[in-house]
Design a protein around this ligand. Structure first.
Ligand SMILES: [Fe+2]
Length: 291
């Protein structure tokens, strides 16, 4: 088997040159600054990098990623009747009884969002898959089920403005139970592939920008909001009156996008070997090589 260790590859002058360009692009773009921004950051880095090493591929790269954009003019919508009464009851009972796993990840969710999170509960995965065809028909594209999680917000619940990784391209935000309506605000679709994302992240400025056309939605238990989490800014103001709100999130992306949502597959998918020295630096979210 050939030795593909980083040390060996870096001895190749061609690889080493691209590695330096990749590190420079990571430095140039820096951090975007919001929760779950690592994918969009990688896109921005890849664009900056390709502009230097393979400018002829920039157009095809953007065109390929466009599959992860919603249809022009897409707006979020409320679905009021997604589950029957028995299913709603079962979802609520599971949410009440679920025991969060303690640990570092849970501690972060407690501190950053004022919530307990339980990921991919098997019965919820079944429900997610069961409603997938209906949601696919509503958005007009075949969908693949991605991850899901139960989010039990307490009195300190907050959800600052952000856009998500395309694994959450279509986000189904279902209200299980709450003691009071907790509004969610969702912007129009943003063209992040075309670069319509500010270099400096200023959450207050984003929320206040009239051109982003934020709309408020008041979800009652049993209602869900379907929106494009990867292309629409969204947030909830910090809970001010205490209480609780149990939400269930199902995430989907379009069929055929499996190679796009995983940055390490970009070199082969796009047929751009020069992307390899860059994508090898895309490891864990938030820990991109020299980032
Ligand atoms: Fe989100």
């Amino acid at each position: 088997m050939p030795d593909t260790s980083p040390e060996t590859r870096l001895r190749d002058p061609g690889y080493f040159g691209l590695h330096l360009q990749a590190a420079a692009a990571i430095r140039e773009v820096g951090q975007l600054g919001w929760y779950d921004s690592h994918f969009l950051r990688r896109v921005a880095i890849a664009r900056a990098y390709l502009a230097k090493v393979r400018p002829d591929t920039l157009h095809a790269f953007a065109e390929g990623l466009a599959l992860l954009a919603p249809a022009p003019g897409f707006r979020e919508f409320v679905i009021a009747d997604v589950f029957d009464a028995a299913t709603r009851d079962e979802i609520a009972a599971i949410a009440r009884a679920a025991q969060p796993e303690p640990g570092e990840r849970q501690a972060r969710e407690n501190a950053d969002f004022g919530r307990d999170v339980l990921w991919d509960i098997p019965r919820y995965l079944e429900f997610q898959e069961a409603i997938r065809p209906r949601l696919a028909a509503l958005v007009g594209r075949p969908l693949v089920s991605s991850y899901n999680f139960l989010s039990r917000y307490g009195a300190d619940g907050r959800c600052d403005v952000h856009m998500d990784d395309p694994l959450a391209m279509f986000t189904f935000d279902y209200c299980i139970e709450q003691d009071a309506v907790w509004p969610i605000h969702v912007s129009r679709v943003v063209d992040w592939i075309g670069g319509e994302v500010p270099a400096q992240f200023d959450p207050a400025a984003i929320i206040a920008e009239p051109g982003l056309d934020f709309r408020e939605h008041l979800l009652e238990p049993g209602h869900a909001l379907l929106f494009n989490g990867a292309s629409q800014w969204h947030h909830r103001h910090p809970k001010s009156r205490g209480g609780y709100c149990n939400l269930l999130f199902f995430h989907y992306y379009p069929e055929g996008c499996e190679n796009l949502v995983a940055a390490h597959r970009w070199p082969a998918h796009f047929g751009i070997p020069e992307l390899e020295p860059l994508c090898e630096l895309f490891t864990h979210p938030g820990h991109d090589g020299l980032g």
